[in-house]
Design a protein around this ligand. Sequence first.
Ligand code: ATP
Ligand code: MG
Length: 281
Amino acid sequence: MTKIYWTDTQAARLKVLGLDAGVLAHGFHSPAQRNRAFQAIEKKQVKALRTELAERLTCRRPTRAFQLAQDLDGLLQTQGFAKVSTPTITTRTSLVKMGIDDTHPLNEQIFWINHTQCLRPMLAPGLYSLMQDFSRLDFRPVRFYEIGSCFRKESDGACHSNEFTMLNLVEMGTPEAERLARLKELAGMVAGTARVKDVRFEQETSAVYGTTLDLVAHPFGLELGSGAMGPHVLDAAWNITDTWVGMGFGMERLLMASANDTSLGRWAKSLSWLDGIPLRI
Ligand code: ATP
Ligand code: MG
């Protein structure tokens, strides 16, 4: 006799509840038997998740996302980085100074508010502006960082969110010969603080952008961060002549990698999840 399995709706629901529908599908002899099994599994899991959610709401412990931000604040402030906060709304002019004009592929991903203003797709325009002002100071290195929301229209949902949180750090005045090693050192410290153990670097040399360094998580090859160093082709638009290193990390990607998760949804800003716990229960 042929066995029957979960309906698509049942399998989707089990997945939302954090259960592996594949593992639970032994095959059933009749729809009635399958539906009874589904109801029993769902009821038990909903009860467990409600208990977990109630504990989560009363435990006075920060969510993993807030804890990660706090841990990174601790790390970076110990390493001499000052925390800054730049506007979430940026301008067409500053994107053009970042090389993102009407013909650039990223232009398609911008959320425009009006003809001249948009939600920032990255922290770099704000941080470049600060670099320009800080470059007038007479000490080096100058170190600062921002953790803040960025917005991009994305089509691939598993590792992308339209709204995500970037950590971007900058060190100005790093000796030229030490830039790559320093970038790796800083990226290693961020990965360690985020408890992402299995990482590698992917280094590329681009005629336009010089050396770029990506921090990538094993085993999925998920990009966690992208680094660059100056002197850089974009520096002239901001009147910057200093050497520098900088790297942007996706906070949700760091959380996802540390939880060995295969999708970003549970770690993004959400009305459906709290600290990885589903809310439709
Ligand atoms: P990808 O190639 O994965 O789309 P990217 O190279 O376009 O990323 P960067 O501009 O290098 O992204 O941004 C720095 C970091 O911000 C990325 O390494 C990633 O961790 C994170 N990030 C970028 N876009 C998103 C997004 N839409 N959702 C979540 N995180 C993102
Ligand atoms: Mg990148």
